[in-house]
Write a protein that binds this ligand. Structure first.
Ligand code: AMP
Ligand code: ZN
Length: 115
């Protein structure tokens, strides 16, 4: 838990959100500033700054996140038509919240390449 981290504070229920999915390791909630008709953030409950900080001991956690993502996508109704999963990393990746998170974007066609 990092006191100054908004996503840690969401995990700790200090900032309210609508929880879409939760288990021992992961929580998912709507993005406050959606970039698509459906925009969900999936985060590990444990604070990790970004994907460059993970190592082999995090493989079960990351594998778990990859298995819950399609279940959450199905839950919010974007699994059948498809969706995009994005992990922005550091400045050039456009990361603004420095707690590892997976964006699930759906409900419209996603252009490629991203801006
Ligand atoms: P990134 O730019 O990849 O770091 O993504 C951070 C995302 O967190 C942005 O899309 C923000 O809109 C979103 N965000 C920031 N604060 C909150 C919040 N309190 N609840 C939900 N989403 C948030
Ligand atoms: Zn955090």
């Amino acid at each position: 838990m990092q006191q100054d981290c908004i996503f840690c504070r969401i995990v700790n229920r200090e900032i309210p959100t609508k929880i879409i999915y939760e288990d021992e390791y992961v929580i998912a909630f709507p993005d406050i500033n959606p970039a698509a008709p459906v925009h969900v953030l999936v985060i590990p409950k444990r604070h990790i700054d970004n994907i460059t900080e993970v190592d082999g001991k995090d493989a079960p956690l990351l594998g778990h996140i990859m298995t819950v993502i399609p279940r959450i996508a199905a839950e919010v109704g974007i699994a059948d038509e498809g969706f995009r999963t994005v992990v922005n990393t550091k400045d050039n990746g456009g990361q603004t919240v420095h707690h590892l998170h997976f964006h699930l974007l759906g409900g419209r066609f996603m252009e490629w390449p991203p801006g």
